[in-house]
Design a protein around this ligand. Structure first.
Ligand code: FAD
Length: 477
C-alpha cells in the first residue's frame, strides 16, 4: 500500500476485466484511474475479439442463407444475392466504435480517470506510464495508488517458425480485418476462435481447411456434440486434418504453402496445403511482457500467467490480477465477474470473494451454436451421473422454424440429483444457456429445472425436457 497515493485504485487495461473493475470501484466511491495503451477502450473483446467476430458471423450467416437459398423450403426464394465485403467490415467497425464510445461515457459519468499510455509496474507497487504505441505523451507519468488491479489481458500466440505479417499469415486480429475474401484459407487450430472465423470465411466463399493437433475439434466441448459439429462444418464444405501438426509455413509466389505432418508419423506421409491466407489460432498467452510484471518481482506460473490466491491477490501486497492474465478460461464474462469481485472486495476492505468457476458458460457461435456449462459428459464418471437428452427435431418450434439440427443434454449427479452440466446445440444456444447456468449456480436439481414452466412453443423447452429425462420423467421422449 502506498503513502501519498493519488488514487484508491489504479487499473491497468480497459478490456472487459479492467473497464468493469474501474467503473465498479468508482461506483462504490473510490478514486480510480484506468491506464490503457490503446486509443480505444474495450480491450481484445471489443476491438479484436468477441464483438467484431460476432458482427462478421451474423453478416456472413445472413449472406450464406440467402446465397444458398436456404429459405426455399419454407416458401421464400431470393433471385439475386450479392456480397459487399467492405460494407460488412464497415458494420463491424461502426459497432466497435459505438460500443467503445459507450465505455468512454461510462468512465466520464463515474469519474474514472482514463490515462492513455503503457503501464509499467514498479517493485514498490507504483506505476510508470510510458508513451503509448503512437508516441503520444501520457497526461500522467507516474501513478501511486493504494490498490492496483492488473487486467493486461492476452494476445495471440504465434507458431515459432511463422511470425504474423497480418496479411498472409494472420492471427485472429488480421483475420478480422482482411481486405478481401481469400480463395483458399488454412486455419491452424480448430478451437473456438478458429472454428468461428473459419466459418465466417467459409460462408463468404473461401475454401477452408483446418489443421488440428488433437484428434478432435473444440476441446472442452462435449465430445459427441463436437463430432456432430465437425460433420456439419464438413457438410458446409470445409475440410479437417485432425491429429496433424503444421511444421512450416512458407511464402510462395502465389500465396502460402503450409507443411503438415500427422502427429503419429506412422499414420501417414507429410503433405502440403496451398493457401492465400493462413490463420493461426493455437491459443493465447497472457500479456506480461513489457509491463514490468516480472521485473517488479511478481510471481508468474509456467504458462506465464500471473499467480494469484483465491482472492485474486498477487505476490505483491495491494496488487490484484484478473481476466486473461490469470488462470481459468479466457472469456470476457469471466474477466468481468472477477473484476466486480475485486472492486467490491477493495471497497469493502476485505479479501475479494472467489467467483464460481463451475458456473461459467462457454459458447461457440457457429450455426447452429453450441453452448455449455460444466464438464463434458465424457469427462464424468458414467456411474455417478444421469444424462437426460432431448433432440431439437422433437421440438415443435424448431420444426416450425425449419432448424431442427441439434440437441440438449442435462447431466445430473446421481446422489444429489443436482444439475452438474448442460450442453446445447441449437441455433441460439448461447441465448439459451443462461437458464442452465442459473440451475448450476444455485444448485437446482434436474427435477427442479424440469418443473419450471416454459412458454410453448419455444426452442428452450428442450432444457425442460432434457432435465426431466434425467430421471425418466420426460413426456415427449
Ligand atoms: P483484454 O480484453 O485483452 O484487455 C486487456 C487490455 O489491457 C488491452 O486493451 C491492452 O491494450 C491493455 N494493456 C495490456 N498491457 C498494458 C499495459 N502495460 N499498459 C496499458 N494497457 C495495457 N470471449 C468471450 O467471452 N466470448 C467471445 O465470444 C469471445 N470471442 C473472442 C474472439 C476472438 C477472436 C478473440 C481473440 C477472443 C475472444 N474472446 C471471447 C476472449 C475475450 O476477448 C477475452 O477473454 C477478454 O477480452 C479478456 O479480457 P481482459 O480484460 O482480461 O483482457
Amino acid at each position: 500500500s502506498q503513502s501519498g497515493s493519488d488514487f484508491d485504485v489504479a487499473v491497468v487495461g480497459a478490456g472487459p476485466g479492467g473497464y468493469v473493475a474501474a467503473i465498479r470501484a468508482a461506483q462504490l466511491g473510490l478514486k480510480v484511474a484506468c491506464v490503457e495503451k490503446e486509443r480505444t477502450n474495450g480491450g481484445t473483446c471489443l476491438n479484436v475479439g468477441c464483438i467484431p467476430s460476432k458482427c462478421l458471423l451474423h453478416a456472413s450467416h445472413v449472406y450464406s442463407q440467402a446465397h444458398r437459398n436456404a429459405w426455399k423450403r419454407i416458401g421464400v426464394t431470393i433471385p439475386q444475392v450479392s456480397l459487399d465485403f467492405k460494407a460488412m467490415m464497415q458494420h463491424k467497425n461502426k459497432t466497435i466504435a459505438g460500443l467503445s464510445a459507450g465505455i468512454e461515457q461510462m468512465f466520464a459519468k463515474n469519474k474514472v480517470e482514463r490515462v492513455r499510455g503503457r503501464a509499467v509496474l514498479r517493485a514498490d507497487g507504483s506505476i510508470d506510464v510510458l508513451s503509448a504505441a503512437d508516441g503520444s505523451t501520457p497526461k500522467r507519468q507516474q501513478i501511486r495508488a493504494k490498490n492496483v488491479i492488473l487486467a493486461n489481458g492476452s494476445e495471440s500466440a504465434a507458431l515459432p517458425f511463422a511470425p504474423y505479417d497480418e496479411k498472409r499469415v494472420v492471427s485472429s486480429t488480421g483475420a478480422l480485418a482482411l481486405e478481401s475474401v481469400p480463395e483458399k484459407m488454412v486455419i491452424v487450430g480448430a478451437g473456438v476462435i478458429g472454428l468461428e472465423l473459419g466459418s465466417v470465411y467459409q460462408r463468404l466463399g473461401s475454401q477452408v481447411t483446418f489443421v488440428e493437433y488433437l484428434p478432435r475439434i473444440a476441446p472442452g466441448m462435449d465430445l459427441a456434440i463436437s463430432k456432430q459439429m465437425r460433420s456439419l462444418v464438413e457438410k458446409e464444405g470445409s475440410k479437417f486434418h485432425l491429429s496433424s501438426k503444421v511444421t512450416a509455413i512458407d511464402r510462395s509466389s502465389s500465396g502460402v504453402q503450409v507443411s503438415v505432418s500427422p502427429v503419429d508419423a506412422a499414420a501417414g506421409a507429410p503433405f502440403k496445403l496451398e493457401a492465400d491466407v493462413v490463420m493461426v489460432s493455437v491459443g493465447r498467452r497472457p500479456n506480461t511482457a513489457s509491463s514490468g510484471l516480472k521485473e517488479a518481482g511478481l510471481a508468474l506460473d509456467r504458462a506465464g500467467r500471473v499467480v494469484v490466491d483465491d482472492h485474486y491477490r498477487t505476490s505483491m501486497p495491494g496488487v490484484y490480477a484478473i481476466g486473461d492474465l490469470i488462470y481459468g478460461p479466457m472469456l470476457a464474462h469471466k474477466a468481468s465477474e472477477e473484476a466486480v469481485a475485486v472492486a467490491e472486495g477493495i471497497a469493502e476492505g476485505c479479501p475479494p470473494h472467489k467467483i464460481n468457476y463451475a458456473a461459467i458458460p462457454s459458447v461457440l457461435y457457429t450455426s447452429p451454436e453450441v453452448a455449455w456449462v460444466g464438464p463434458a459428459v465424457d469427462d464424468l464418471d458414467p456411474k455417478s451421473v444421469n444424462v437426460g437428452s432431448f433432440p431439437l427435431r422433437a421440438n415443435g418450434r424448431s420444426r416450425a422454424s425449419d432448424s431442427a439440427e441439434g440437441v440438449c443434454k442435462v447431466v445430473s449427479d446421481k446422489k444429489t440429483g443436482r444439475v452438474v452440466s448442460v450442453h446445447i446445440m441449437a441455433p441460439e444456444a448461447g441465448e439459451m444457456i443462461g437458464e442452465a447456468v442459473t440451475a448450476v449456480q444455485f444448485g437446482l436439481t434436474a427435477h427442479q429445472l424440469g418443473s419450471v414452466i416454459h412458454p410453448h412453443p419455444t426452442v428452450i423447452e428442450v432444457i425442460k425436457e432434457a432435465a426431466l429425462a434425467c430421471n425418466g420423467e420426460a413426456v415427449h421422449s
